[in-house]
Ligand binder design. Structure first.
Ligand code: DGT
Ligand code: CA
Ligand code: CA
Ligand code: ZN
Length: 598
């Protein structure tokens, strides 16, 4: 584990200790230990651990040093596991309700004997929570609203998190001797930004050992269904997974059916019927004749060794899973007019990334080394501007210092990755930018973002962002809507008008690839890009691992029908530099020809 992950665990341990009523000194030790750890460089931590000198750091005693060592070496904490086993899971869930910290949860538990969210809801409705010392009617209302929110959101999971659960399962299934093919289907395979449940399709000869393997995976908390052709489980994170087992000759049909989406499936079946065929999860048969589709499929399905063959049988080009949303992909496949979608390998760098100069966890040099390791030709640094106080936004002087550091680093030639100088400049509430024009003029590019006054009216917010887009120094707009998936809605704004303004002013809109954001949403990109809007896929990385978020951004771009041409950071360094220079000189960035996919 790296230091950020370890610090997160230590903070979580502190919270759980507080729930158990542990003595305040011990709790504080974990909180300050987490903070101390954050202030170390990763390399310092490695050295201190290797030389067994961790206790020389102020605030890190023997117990904490032991915890950190264990987490660093194994990624696990015995103490955390003991705490998790001894505390009712409902109490830990309560901590995720806005307004409920460990103190309040402990009071609710000790004074009302409550251990689940359902009991807490009842107690709020009865007014018993408001009567607790330090609570009151307002807090009770806030808790209820928080629980309702959780119910609305809690059923889905971030794609990125779901993917991490799915990956080892797919690999494990493929390695079983009884399994000839295994694939994830459903919304995960379509790369939706959030996932309701996982769906696995497996072609197997002998099903029992496969089901047995599946239901005994680490993290499985409950087996909710178990049969000859299907098993379902729930993981301790609440994520559920369905496994479907089919004979090898049905695999392509089942995979296609359970990949969906429902709209895509409905249109595919209509397409089949229009040429006298009947498509189902079991096979593809003539739509005339006796018997149910399932019986016929078993007896006489047209063979399809792969999904490609299935599409071919219907007179269609292969439709990548990301496009299967019933939004015109079948018509495009029929006309052989599907776009050649962007791929991860097409990216040569990215623009919006942070360092320890503002709220990042890795230094300029560490970020550059990581970009170099990814094979990137360029890395844009865009730390925060002064108004983002909580993110340690850079003053003019600190920005100048950072620019000098970047030039010096580039001059060493230590890395193949060229570092570009930028800023993530706050869009102030009235639409002005947070740095003076003269300061902005010293940078290679300027990302502008909203980080404050989220509650403005739609008209004010739209006008505010458009004013920033019209600023001659603005290169691109960061995280358009400010949404955090499953957590925070977009602020009010007129997306259409903002896209119009970006196109008119030759400003790029970012596809923020942070898995919590994926903003601007994939649903807008196809049309916007066809009208000439240029995209940049930016990880908004706050540490070296965050650079890899670009893969989530590429998935979203693919769902938005984007080609390599539509994305600025697929271009080589020299082309990007001349595009940026042209843009700075007041000329209009060289916008690529609109990709032709309607
Ligand atoms: P999710 O899990 O809510 O994120 O979304 P999906 O798309 O993974 O949906 P899920 O897990 O309910 O089902 C997987 C796929 O199976 C779905 O995309 C299409 C197919 N499917 C499931 N139920 C139906 C149905 O009633 N009609 C049709 N046409 N297809 C269905
Ligand atoms: Ca699903
Ligand atoms: Ca499912
Ligand atoms: Zn930002």
């Amino acid at each position: 584990m790296n230091k950020t992950a370890i610090a997160d665990v230590l903070s979580h341990i502190a919270t759980l200790l507080e729930l158990t009523g542990e003595n305040p000194f011990k709790i504080r030790a974990y909180i300050s230990g987490a903070r101390q750890l954050q202030s170390l460089e990763q390399s310092e931590l490695e050295t201190l651990l290797r030389e067994e000198r961790l206790q020389s750091v102020k605030g890190i005693g023997a117990a904490l040093a032991q915890q950190i060592g264990e987490l660093h070496a194994t990624g696990r904490s015995t103490l955390l596991e003991q705490l998790q086993a001894s505390i009712a899971p409902g109490l830990v869930e309560m901590l995720e309700v806005p307004g409920l910290g460990p103190k309040k949860v402990k009071a609710i538990h000790d004074q009302l004997g409550i251990t689940t969210l359902a009991e807490l809801t009842t107690a709020c409705n009865d007014g018993r929570v408001a009567e607790l010392a330090g609570f009151g009617a307002k807090t009770q209302e806030k808790i209820l609203a928080g629980i309702r929110n959780r119910e609305a959101y809690g059923k889905r999971h971030l794609w990125w998190a779901a993917q991490q659960v799915a990956e080892p399962i797919i690999a494990g299934l493929r390695a079983l001797p009884q399994v000839s093919q295994a694939e994830a289907a459903g919304s995960l395979r379509r790369c939706m930004e959030t996932v309701g449940d996982l769906d696995f399709i497996v072609a197997a000869t002998d099903v029992a050992p496969v089901v047995e393997w599946f239901v005994t995976q680490p993290g499985v908390q409950e087996i909710t269904a178990r049969g000859d052709t299907k098993a379902s489980v729930r993981f301790d994170t609440g994520l559920q997974a369905d496994l479907r087992l089919v004979p090898p000759e049905q695999f392509a049909f089942a995979l296609h059916h359970f990949t969906g989406s429902k709209d895509h499936n409905v249109q595919m079946r209509q397409r089949a019927l229009s040429i006298g065929l009947s498509l189902s999860e079991w096979g593809l048969v003539l739509s005339t004749g006796e018997g149910t589709t399932k019986e016929k499929a078993a007896a006489e399905s047209l063979p399809a060794a792969s999904e490609s063959a299935l599409f071919t049988a219907l007179g269609l080009a292969y439709i990548p899973p990301e496009l299967r949303e019933g939004r015109g992909e079948i018509e495009a496949a029929e006309a052989d007019a599907l776009p050649h979608l962007i791929e991860l390998d097409d990216l040569r760098g990215a623009f919006h990334n942070h360092t320890t100069a503002s709220d990042g966890n890795n230094t300029l040099e560490e970020m550059t080394a990581a970009a170099d390791a990814l094979g990137w030709s360029y890395l844009g640094i865009a730390d925060h501007s002064p108004s983002s106080v909580q993110a340690r936004g850079l003053s003019e002087a600190r920005l100048a210092e950072q620019v000098a550091q970047i030039h010096a680093l580039n001059a060493t030639g230590r890395y193949r990755t060229h570092v570009l100088t930028g800023t993530e400049c706050d869009i102030l509430p009235d639409g002005r930018l947070d740095f003076d024009d003269g300061v902005l003029a010293t940078l290679d590019y300027v990302v502008v973002s909203v980080h404050s006054a989220f509650t403005q009216s739609q008209d004010d917010m739209t006008a505010r962002i458009i004013r920033a887009i019209e600023h001659p120094r603005t290169t691109m707009l960061g995280h358009l809507t400010g949404r955090l998936l499953l957590r925070r809605e977009s602020y009010a704004l007129d997306v259409g008008k903002i896209i119009d303004a970006a196109i008119a002013n030759h400003v790029v809109i970012e596809l923020n690839a942070n898995p919590w954001r994926l903003d601007m949403d994939w649903r807008h990109w196809r049309k916007a890009s066809a009208r000439g809007l240029l995209c940049a896929i930016n990880p908004d990385a706050h540490d070296t691992a965050g650079l890899e978020f670009v893969s989530a951004g590429v998935n979203a771009a693919r769902k938005g029908w984007l080609t390599k041409n539509a994305v600025l950071n697929t271009r080589p360094l020299a082309a990007v530099q001349s595009w940026l220079a042209h843009r700075r000189s007041g000329g209009h960035g060289h916008v690529p020809p609109a990709p032709v996919h309607g």
